[in-house]
Design a protein around this ligand. Sequence first.
Ligand code: 6LW
Length: 515
Amino acid sequence: MTSPKPEPPHYDNPVIPGFHPDPSACRVGEDYYLVCSSFEYFPGVPVFHSRDLVHWRQIGNVLDRPSQLPLPADAMASDGIYAPTIRHHDGRFWVITTNTSHGGNFTVTAERPEGPWSDPVWIDLPGIDPDLAWDEDGNCWSAFAGAHGADFFGVQVARIDPEAGKVLEGPLPAWEGTGLQWPEAPHLYRIGEWWYLLIAEGGTERGHTVAVARAPSPRGPWESAPTNPVLSHRSTNRPIQSTGHADLVGTPDGQWWMVLLATRPRGYSPGFHVLGRETFLTPVRWEDGWPRVGPVELRERAPGSPRPVEPAPRRDDFDAPELDPRWISPRSRPDGSWSLTERPGWLTLRATGPTLDRPGCTFVGRRQSHPESRTTVLLDPGTGRAGLSVRVDEAHHYDLEVSDGRVDVVARIGPVRQTTAGRPVPPGPVILEITTRHVRELPPDDAEPRGLHVAAPDYVGFHVNGEPLAEIDGRYLSTEVATGFTGRVIGMYATGGTAWFDWFDHGPHDAAEGP
Ligand code: 6LW
């Protein structure tokens, strides 16, 4: 009797669900670290730890002090922090990234990945998507995506002093890619006898691709891979789309893997992605000195033997002395607008702005991490105005709001703001719940035009003390409608007076299928 060959373990993609775009990863010994872009949200640049590239836990944020993340109060949604690169060199962690709203490109360093990270060292490099790589002589090279309108619109490289923020040589024109739009997201690697330059091109939407070139030195000359693009899902009917903006990472036993961004659109044409661009993982093999990358599958064979890290709890009871690093706020979280000590065991939120329709309000949220999700809070609204909101930006959000003895569902979609349902609530604490679910059944014939239901990527439901109140088509909280680079964030807010939240729970909807 022969026992069946043990199936190598598998893992589900995305490995970091929810809006975690532009991933960059590095390995130190047996540990992996990964960072993502964060745009107008504070704190910025979430940093994750893994022992197997599959199970990741956020251990902090690189930019967790206002002095590291100057954002104008009116910074546009999806401005702020663009793509970062994380590397480990000479016993220190390095991150280089771009603040598109203030100052441009800068580096920060830390002894430990969970921080504290240094204040920014600004560097006079143009463009976005800066990278860091050191050669065998200790020179530091930065590849970056050239600024718009520059004479050379492609990926450039410069030799820099990252400690002093100085450009020592260049920028030198490196590679314009294979001719698609937006050559960007460059990363340099010294692998074997070659320097490799991995880039994204085609734009971060459905035409996104990954391409690679190689050269004898960071100065070039760069030779494009004969197999470019090494990865693309464009013009396919794959459930994963927009694959691009990748980084390569090697394992201690010599395997190579790629982290990258991709989306999971649903609904009728053009398809709508609501969680933003998420972090995916896929294997890489090398043939004739070039990386080969298969299509990215929703389910892949795991690298080696998965050694998970503790998953983060889905519920927060606000009993800890500090806010969990997963909590984010648009642009800032001013002292005085929140407290974990004023009412122990509760998160106190104090209004700093009268409406979610404008920057400057008090909002503390988490990235929606499940396509079909259930988010529940216990709110004591006091005599103020507060609630639970699912937002993409100030012009695209659905709110479950309590004030003056009522609870109302408010939808803000572009120029339209509408209260779509509501009812009285007794004074005192109330349980608010927002669900997102995929459309499975067609409505009865006499309901709204049947196409309307099939078209939706999901439906956003609102419940109060366990009772359903309303349900709204989720397509209007998608990137295809709202535009930009982020994704849905579900959070607690106060726009009048002071409110208290006892707990917050965000997890998969019990009716959900798979990840
Ligand atoms: C990022 C650039 C891009 O800096 O979009 O998809 C920008 N690519 O590489 C924001 O994510």
